[in-house]
Design a protein around this ligand. Sequence first.
Ligand code: HEM
Length: 523
Amino acid sequence: MEFVQFSQVLSLISMAAILLFMLGKVIYSCWILPKLRYRKLRTNGFDGPAPIFPLGNINDMKKELKKTVSPSLSISNHDIHSFAFPYYARWQKLHGNVFIYWLGTEPFLYIADPEFIKKMSAVVMGKSWGKPRVFKRDRDPLFGNGLVMVEGDKWVNHRHVINPAFSPASLKGMTNLMAESATNMLDRWADLIYSGKKEIEIEVEKEITSTAGEIIAKTTFGINYENGGKVFDKLRTLQIALFKSIRFVGVPYGNLIYHKEALKAKKLGKEIDALLVSIIEARKKMDKNQYSQHDLLSLLMLDESANGMDCRLGKTLSTRELVDECKTIFIGGHETSALALTWTMLLLALHPEWQTQLREEIKQVFGVGEIDVTRLNALRKMGWVMNEVLRLYSPAPNVQRQAKDDIQVDNNVVIPKGTNIWIDVVSMHHDKQLWGEDVNEFKPERFKDDVYGGCKHKMGFLPFGFGGRMCIGKNLFLMEYKIVLSLILTRFSFSISPNYKHCPSILLSLRPTHGLPLIIRPL
Ligand code: HEM
């Protein structure tokens, strides 16, 4: 009897010890560690809005959003920073272009200063950048350990294996797939305008997003849209569930608030992984001649000798790594490209004179025949339009990094190891000091003689990020953009629908909240 009581007391004591240990751990990581970091950041000269435990500045952000959420902007107002990111705009006024704010118990160094970015990137190489731990955890079902999130030597290795798949020679083989998908979309539009009707309203964002999804499904997995559609639909649902569940990013146990969405995201992530594994395994069993050599997956699965790659660093990717890279390329490649094309359609609808100019250029470059992909570079004006759209409505509105070691920026400024970094690209792209008084006007000609669009600082225009971690898919996007836009412009003209509400907002990327209805007319 006595022995039973003694063992019960012992187990109670050990349970209490475990609970105390866990509590201590929570207090250390959620309270003491952030306090220490805060002090360190302040002693390094960084200021910012005072955080309140455990939400940091999340409530301030919500309040600021509520204040400014008028239903929409005037249609020709491209001054979107204070509309989509009112909290940053307010803090900038109070604390300048570099300050600290807090998502939960995680400090973020906010930067909208190109000179500061230049100094930082001069001392940190691609491989030495980290990615914010909170995002790695929360966005795991979406990206896993794919290129966007992977760090250090592993990042070098993955980038090394993936780079050749994005070379001009590899991309050239994908152009027919792009033209085919875009033509399917335009045939659908033509069918909708049945005889007698001169014009029709089309929800262009939806159309372009699904076409970009089809293009990336074909170029990534080499599969038709019906099969790729399963992965695509699940990834999209996953993205929405994830966005809800990460509203309390950085707040200790914040995902419990939206636990249903977090669980749903996890489940979807697993289903997508299983689908991709089956696609990869089926591909492995195929005779190499059976499948197209032109999709990214086949290029990533080639062994290194066949790929003509330098083997010093690397190895081929495992199935797990291939799954994560497929998801990463799919998400990174489809959404941003679709949004860039969508915002382009909006701006061209507002500026029919640019539709005319681009149509003339397309005719000059290709004549009346088919698009010659070797001549895409000759579409110079289209390139200016593209840059101007990426400047005004950057689909990737921010770049996120983490300091893996102390970063000495100036003699007396150090970014302490572990600090998350949030670069506000939209703010820099809309900064009068960098671009001049006409910063919020659509003026593609500013890129006529200058790839930086006349920006006073070369790091002030960063639609694809910077340094070694710059977007790997830039060339694929340039090709897709010019092919799809040329095909649209040669068949249709378009103007704004009275049903359009101008309300750019953020759901991981910068998107038109209520879609983009346009009035489409055949030429
Ligand atoms: C309008 C089109 C696009 C925009 C605006 C865009 C923007 C960006 C940005 C800002 C980054 C972060 C760079 C940094 O940290 O400095 C990035 C990285 C990346 N993007 Fe894109 N992107 C676009 C298209 C694409 C496409 C078409 C693909 C793939 C098919 C792609 C795949 C990736 C990947 C894998 C990374 C991670 C690179 C690394 O960390 O090494 N992106 N992109």
